[in-house]
Design a protein around this ligand. Structure first.
Ligand code: IPE
Ligand code: IPE
Ligand code: MG
Length: 238
């Protein structure tokens, strides 16, 4: 039995190319990609993953053509509307991270409703990153702490690693053990910059809508074979 990573993060890339290859509009790729996210949530539940973080829409994705942005946000709302009961039934606790201030109000309200409804659930912790950027996350943490310092509530020297981490959007959640990026690019694209410091990175050319259970098991098996040293020499000296 391979050791299952407790926290898996996905950069779900390749929806547009998946659609274009079939001469379909990009929005179809986003729709099928959304359905695949639901499948992968269930697959991760089944495998005993404790935390699943999905990068759904980045802070830079706002710079795409307005029509595509609207379509992606519409697909997200439709999925949340449709899946809320199932998320609840699967004992999932759902949280959304990112700058939600620019979201359409119906999507924002839905997100808050699901977060509230599933707050006390004890199964998979599902984190969805929407309007999220790692640099934004670090900046908002710095601003919050700087404000506390300027109000005399905190001394600069008391800004520890732990206190800083807790100001980030993931709050007290542990960093991803494994970060999987589909779609063939070898970059982080402003995802969880602070937290990925020691995550195992796995890149696959499979486009997100095609990423399936078998591909997930391959990624987990690859993770199992990694030697996580965290800068130490424990494997050599053991
Ligand atoms: C990922 O698919 C989804 C989002 C970034 C919102 P893309 O839309 O980036 O698909 P490609 O990379 O163009 O194929
Ligand atoms: C990363 O994909 C963001 C998400 C998957 C939500 P992008 O398609 O936006 O990344 P780049 O532009 O290739 O770096
Ligand atoms: Mg892309």
């Amino acid at each position: 039995m391979p050791k299952i990573p407790a926290h898996i993060a996905f950069i779900m890339d390749g929806n547009g190319r998946w659609a274009q290859r079939q001469q379909l509009p990009r929005k179809v790729g986003h729709r099928v990609g959304g359905e695949n996210a639901i499948r992968m949530i269930k697959a991760c539940c089944k495998r005993g993953v404790k935390i699943l973080t999905l990068f759904a829409f980045s802070s830079e994705n706002w710079n795409r053509p307005k029509q595509e942005v609207t379509e992606i946000l519409h697909i997200l709302r439709t999925l949340f509307d449709r899946e809320v009961q199932q998320i609840h039934a699967l004992n999932i606790c759902m949280r959304v991270i990112g700058d939600l201030s620019h979201l359409p109000s119906a999507l924002y309200t839905k997100i808050k409703e699901i977060e509230c409804l599933t707050r006390d659930k004890t199964g998979l912790i599902l984190v969805i990153a929407i309007g999220y950027g790692g640099q934004w996350d670090i900046l908002q943490a710095v601003q919050a702490l700087a404000q506390q310092v300027s109000q005399g509530l905190l001394r600069a020297e008391d800004i520890t690693h732990e206190r800083f981490s807790q100001q980030l959007q993931l709050l007290d959640l542990p960093a991803p053990d494994l970060c999987i990026r589909t779609g063939g690019e070898y970059r982080i694209s402003n995802f969880l910059l602070w937290h990925l410091a020691y995550s195992e990175l796995y890149f696959t050319s499979i486009l997100w809508p095609d990423f399936n259970d078998l591909a997930l098991d391959e990624a987990i098996t690859a993770y199992t074979a990694r030697d996580r040293r965290f800068g130490t020499l424990h494997e050599i000296t053991a």
